[in-house]
Design a protein around this ligand. Structure first.
Ligand code: PLP
Length: 359
């Protein structure tokens, strides 16, 4: 049986009627921008992550740019960011006028560490973007202990838990993407910023609406970047199920961990004290490319992520030595995972890997 990399349809199937009535509710209301659905979702999402404020924006990339700017990042500043992440983590720094400084990751967790961040700090460092990559939880408290504010890029980590709380409530601010395939997905682009700092939240609200609080006076240059009422209504139907879906992802990861997989390749290691809702379950093998070809031929959809890490991308090219990044980029392979991946499906994936790498 083919096994897909993601399965977004099965978990949503039982919610179809509720989703349709949420969409109808918005159509009937005639309010499409910054109305009651967005306000309600913001309150519900803030409560879920354990932050005082959530502010809906158009997508996870804008969320990063707006949060950095609200944190006071601007021209002449440096922002530390891992190269091994989705390209947007670094790209979003550029519109603030600051420059991206790439740091390394621990290839066993795929996350930045206090050590890899410390290695690139300078007097110009204004913030660190800690990416909770693949749903693992970066050590935010250890990084903030270095004396630099952390913006969490939690795009892949909705539903995860860290030692001191959930992603979204660990740093100075955090950003989320609700791109359809993320752990909590809208039916289009959507994102949010969370923070427990009231004045930071106020600046974010201003920046998402053209730099204005009263829609009459424009105190600064901002963005047109809002979460739609329709997307907010759709997210509100799904949010009460996120925890159960996250548990399904944890169960799927446990199926892989309980199998013989660890004897064949390197499994991802949860950071200390964290309980990730794995967005992607990413193994490492020196034979990753061969494995990808063989598994795809078997109908098992696997995918290599960030083979060309951001510091090697044409638009961002910098000459820095990031050995952990290069290792992860060369050897990683994401296996199928979803809230509904069954033990039998995980077994099928492991058997196929064993047929290639075993004996
Ligand atoms: C998806 C993602 C983003 C960007 O989110 P969009 O909503 O697609 O703009 C940023 N960072 C990471 C780590 C992501 O996975």
């Amino acid at each position: 049986m083919p096994v897909p990399l993601f399965d977004t349809a099965t978990p949503l199937a039982p919610l179809q009627a509720e989703l349709r009535s949420a969409v109808e509710r918005v159509l009937d209301s005639g309010r499409y921008i910054l109305g009651p659905e967005v306000s309600a979702f913001e309150a519900e999402f803030a409560e879920y992550v354990g932050a005082a404020h959530a502010i809906g924006v158009a997508n996870g990339t804008d969320a990063l740019t707006i949060a950095l700017q609200a944190m006071g990042v601007g021209r002449g500043d440096e922002v530390v960011v891992p190269s091994f992440s989705f390209y947007a983590s670094a790209e979003a720094i550029v519109p603030t006028g600051a420059s991206a400084v790439f740091c390394d990751i621990d290839p066993e967790t795929f996350c930045v560490t206090a050590e890899t961040v410390r290695a690139v700090l300078t007097p110009r460092t204004k913030a660190v973007i800690a990416v909770h990559l693949f749903g693992n939880v970066a050590p935010v408290a250890e990084i903030e202990a270095l004396g630099v504010p952390v913006l969490e890029d939690a795009a892949q980590a909705a539903g995860s838990r860290g030692p001191d709380g959930r992603p979204g409530a660990l740093g100075t601010a955090a950003t989320f993407s609700f791109y359809p395939s993320k752990n909590l997905g809208a039916f289009g682009d959507a994102g949010a910023i969370t923070t427990s700092d009231a004045s930071l939240a106020e600046r974010v609200r201003e920046l998402r609406f053209h730099g204005s609080t009263d829609k009459q006076t424009f105190e600064r240059l901002g963005y047109n970047s809002r979460l739609d009422e329709l997307q907010a209504a759709i997210l509100r139907v799904q949010l009460p199920h996120l925890e159960r879906w996250a548990d399904g992802r944890r169960t799927a990861a446990h199926s892989y961990e309980a199998s013989a997989l660890a004897e064949l390749c390197s499994l991802p290691r949860a950071t200390d004290g964290s309980d990730p809702a794995w967005h992607l379950y990413v193994i490492r093998s020196e034979r990753a490319d061969e494995l990808e070809t063989a598994l795809r031929a078997d109908g098992i959809e696997v995918r290599a992520y960030y083979r060309l890490p951001t510091h090697r991308q044409p638009a961002m090219l910098v000459d820095v030595a990031l050995p952990g990044t290069d290792e992860a980029a060369r050897t990683n392979l994401a296996l199928p995972i979803s809230p509904v991946l069954s033990e039998a499906q995980a077994g099928e994936v492991v058997a196929a890997i064993s047929a290639v790498l075993g004996a």
